[in-house]
Every structure is written in structure tokens, then in C-alpha cells.
Design a protein around this ligand. Sequence first.
Ligand SMILES: [Zn+2]
Length: 722
Amino acid sequence: MHKLPALTAFLLTMAAPLWAADPASAPGTPPDAPNPFSAPSALPYALPPFDTIKDADFAPAFEAGMAEQRAQVDSIARSPQPASFENTLVALERSGRMLDRVSKVFFNLNASNTDPEIQKIQTLMAPRLAAHQDEIWLNPDLFARIEAVFQRRGDLALDPESAQLLQRYHLTFVRAGARLAEPEKTRLRQLNQRIAELATRFEQNARKASNDGGVVVDDKAALDGLSAEQIGAAEQAASARGLEGKWLIALENTTIQPVLEQLKSRALRERIYRASIARADGGPTDNTPAIAELVKLRADRARLLGYRNHAAYALEDEGAATTEAVNKMLAALAKAAVGQARGEAAELQATIDAQARATGAPTFKLQPWDWAYYAQITRKARFEFDEADVKPYFEMDRVLHDGVFFAAHELYGLTLKERADLPRYHPDVRIFEVFDADGTPLALLLADLYARESKKGGAWMDVFVDQSRLQDSKPVVIINLNVPKPSEGLPALLTFDETTTLFHEFGHALHGMLSSVTYPSLAGTNTPPDFVEYPSQFNEMWAREPIVLAHFARHYQTGQPLPRALMDRVLAAQKFGQGYATTEYLAAAVLDQSWHQIGPDQAPPAPKVMAFEKAALQRAQIDLPMVPPRYHSPYFMHIFNGGYDAGYYAYTWSEVLARDTEQWFHQHGGLNRANGDFYRAKILSRGRTEEPEPLFEKFYGQPPQIGPLLEHRGLVAPGKSG
Ligand SMILES: [Zn+2]
């Protein structure tokens, strides 16, 4: 679990039921104000017309989109007809289509290809959108109609998906405060707007701190250990900032930076580590004031809505359901992981000592900035391979076609054809049309795989168009990675981790593309965080499945297959270091729960934010000085503006389901259409038309088991878990 790719910040996830609409019932914008979002896109699959969209279009489109939806909602709420499923729920589901169009493009571009203008609009719009959302959720006439339909649900003979839609709307309105009295609603609106402002500020600070925090190196010798290509990229990055003749090591999202694994200079490793953990903690991008206020306001809001704390509120709508269940799982895993990490630390210290003896240099105590470097050396000695030996076998385009797409063909009968004729927002974006086994056009897939400065870090999937029979729409989805762009003429070679990430994001994409539902708000990946990472983590299994590997892992120059013995060592090495990887992840998950399981009076003031963090890790007995949390609070984007607040544990919860499913496939004959079609029918096509727990059990035949996950991570001996 080296990567925990974030599904993109779904600012609007909660609002998804409300952002999809019928243009026929819309008042529309005047014809003299042409805006690319005014009408549905005429491109295939309603792909956004990227070639005509300008930054200046967003603000007016947001305004017009909100106005359109306000008018639609108003006419639903004031309808003289008695409330019915059709004239209330289906009408809501159809409302706000223009807002949906502009929001999806805007938030995708803000993540993948942002600029100062877009960020300015984001700052301006985040509180406005929160207010707009509240206006709908807190509309008493509207809620009265939903409540009336809900109370009669037993007599309506609704099909199961429609019954689920009614249930979801009702619960969403109640959770959003629809039952509060008017003064409390006013307070709630203020809280939501302030929270949206703070979350935006947090994100912008964190992003700027990462960009500004890059480490400038004056002496090329200090870069010993990096490849010529990486050194070239660092030189270019420096020169792009006017630092000719120097090198710039850019920072990625996580605490531990990937280059720490390679750099021989201990002093430079320490500098990079310290730059990483210092991000947004003090200085001009200080995020501690935003955190202090954000966690207090979230706690205030939870109390106002009748919950003990924000986590209790957030978890009510998840598969895991309670803070107790989450704490219990985190504690159970922490015990196994911390023990394993201590053992790994001792092994790395032994490597350091042995090296010192061999060279006659003084030994030293392992520090956090040393871990990745000595883990790499130890791994290499134990498993006898180097990342550089393996990368030539993972050429990105071949991984994509002969690995990712191949597995989808074998499992689900899909074929993908590249389309060069459609507009894109950046020349590096590739577009594929996806066809079902019988040739039926199914979806569009955008793949934006290279890193650039205008893109946020990490990897994620998002949606431009939701699948829906109600709207007769087919899905348009995107996967984003941050693979360093190779120099002109050279192929992009992936690490095995990046290869796995590509399979992961494509797993999300399948969840979106194979969706087969009526209502857009229940489509595809519109599922709770602790379920949404399940199909993606499951799809990772094909990256290491021998039959798939043999198909895509070929040397980019010689065409020779990856030698079996080398691959076996790569796979065995995957279990090495799981103590560290699990501990750094759990530490972050513990921080998330700690920030969100407090009452309003327990929120610390800004200067005490880091002390709060330290105390939380100590309490959970996961405060290993050598194993810092995967994210420290000031740059922990997932939980302060990423939709994973009180939900970061979700990756592990989902992974339990994923590894159970992997075991199921192995028990049923692995990669074939029968298994794939069964999984597609039971899980991938279903979106949230049923709640996660029953959905999973209908596929798996029993409740989830933690054993396969522990075994996969090498945290217990096979056969010892239940
Ligand atoms: Zn994911």
C-alpha cells in the first residue's frame, strides 16, 4: 500500500443528487450570452467542449447554473399538485443540469490543469456553492414534499432503485438539517459557508507550500543516486524558476518523498525531509489556524445536527457505520503493523551498521529520512533486484494496452479505441472510446497520465458525465496519474508501483463506465468512501496476476518478457516493508479520527495543533519516531479538503473487501468472462442502487473477512487468521 490515491475532491459528492437536470424545464440563459455550459455538449458522449471553454466562462456559468436550479427547485417546492415520487424526487434528480456541467469541468480542471484565475474563482465560488446547496436542503416546503412521499413509501410500489433513491434523498435532507428550526438553520448555513471557505484556504495553502517548498541544490554531486533523467528534470525545474545552473527537487504530497529512496547524500535527504514536514506549518502558508477553526466548526455543526462529533455524523452515511467499529479496526491493525515496523527498523539498523563496518565510517542511528534509502538497499540485497532492472519492462503505453485494457477485455469483453479527433484540455490528455463485448458504444475514457506543475499530486479518477438511463447519458470518466514526463523521443517507463496505480485508477474508471442505473446520483462511483476504493483496489490484483503480467511486461527495447525469477522477486519484495507502509497509513488514519472525534470545546488553538497531533499518535500507540504519518495535518488534504474527513480509514476498509474478492477470483478460476460478468452484474454495474453491505454480501456470499488482507500484507502467517 505505497500509494493511497485520492479519489478527487468531490466537493459536490453530497450534493450530487441535486446537480443533474433536464434542460427542457430550464429557464436557460439569454441567447446573447453564449456560454459553453449553457446547452448540453453536442460532442460524442456529451464530452465537454474543451476547445471553446475559457476561464472567463466559469463564473457566469456558475451564476446561471445556480439560478436555473433555484428556479427549478422553487417550482418543485411550490407545485400545486400533491407530492409524488415523479414530481418531487425525479424532478429533483433532473434539476440543475447546467450547474452539474460547469461544476464537473471546473473541479476537474482545478485538479488537473489549474491556473491563478481558476483558483480565484474557486475561492469565490466555494462558499456560494455551499450556500446554494443549503438553500435546497433547508427549504421547508421542499422537505415537506419529500417527507410526504417518504411517509407513503410503503404504498407506492416503487421499484428497488427508486425506493433507494427516495431513501437516499430523505436521509440526505435530514442529515443536512432539514428538520432543524429556523434559527438553527441560519446558524448551519453560516457554519457551512465558513467551513467551505476554510477548506479552500487549506487546499490553496497546502498546494502553495508544496510548490514553494521544493529543495534547491547547488552542487550536482549531492544528487548522486538519481538517474540522469531525474537530474535533467531537476535542472529544468530549477531553470523554469530562473535558477540557472541549479537543481530543484520538487515536493510530492506525502511526508516521505520518493527521492529519499535513491539519494546517497544523508545531508540532502535530511534537508528534503525537513522541507517536507515543515510544509504549511507556520510561515506565509500556515495551515494551523485553518485546521483549528475547521475542526471546531465541524464539531459545532455535528452537535447542531444532533451528533456526538463530526466523525459520528460522517460515519453514519458510510459502510462502517460507527466510530467504535472504525477505532476497533484501526487498533487491531496498528498492533500488528507497529510490531512489524519495529522489526523492520532493527533490520535497517543492521544494514547501516554493516555498511559502516565495511567502509570504516562511523555508524549512526536510523532516522526517518534514512528509512526509504536503507529499505531499498536491504530489499535489493534480500531480493536481488533494483527498480532500474524492472522499469524497462513496464513501458507505460504497453502497460496500458496489453495490461490494463487486456485484463478488462478478458474479464468484461471491453475494447478501447483511441480517438484523436476529440478536443482535450491539454495536449497530454488521451481519449479512448470504450465498446462492450457486442460492439455497443459504452463510454469515453480520458487518460491524463503525466505530471505537470498545474496538476495536483497523486493519482485519482473523476467523472465528467454520469451514466444515467433517466438522462440517457453515457459515462465520460478520467484517470489522472503523475508520471514524470520523459524527454522527447523516450518512452515513459513505470515502476511496478506506478503500474499498480494505473490498474487502480482504471478500476475506478470501470466502476464509472460499467454503471447501469437509472438515476445519475446513484451511478458508478457515487458510493461512500469506504466502498468507492473497493473496485479500484480489487483491480490492482491484475497487475501482478501471472497471465496478465506475461502479456504486458516486456522489455521496451528487446521485446523480451520479464524473466519469471525477477518477477517472483519483485512480488516477494512487495511484502517487504509492509510494517512501515501500514503504520504510516494508520498513523494518518488515527490523526483523521482524532481531529473528528472531538467536541467543539476540545479543539486546540492554532499554536497547539501540532501538539494535539503528537498526543493523538501517542494515545493510539502509533508514535514511532522513525515512521511519521503519511501526511502531517498541515498538508493532509484528504481530510481538510478532500471529502475524506473522518473517512481516511476507508482505504483499509475497502481493501478488506478487495482482498476478499481477489481470493474469490482465485478460487473461481481467475481471469475469465464468467467471473468478470458476475462481478460486473453484482458490483460494477450497481453504483449505489443498494447499500454497500448487502451489495457486497450478494457478491461474496458472506460478510467481509479480514484474513486475506493481513495475509496479503504479510502481517500474519498464512492460515492464522479468520
Ligand atoms: Zn482510489
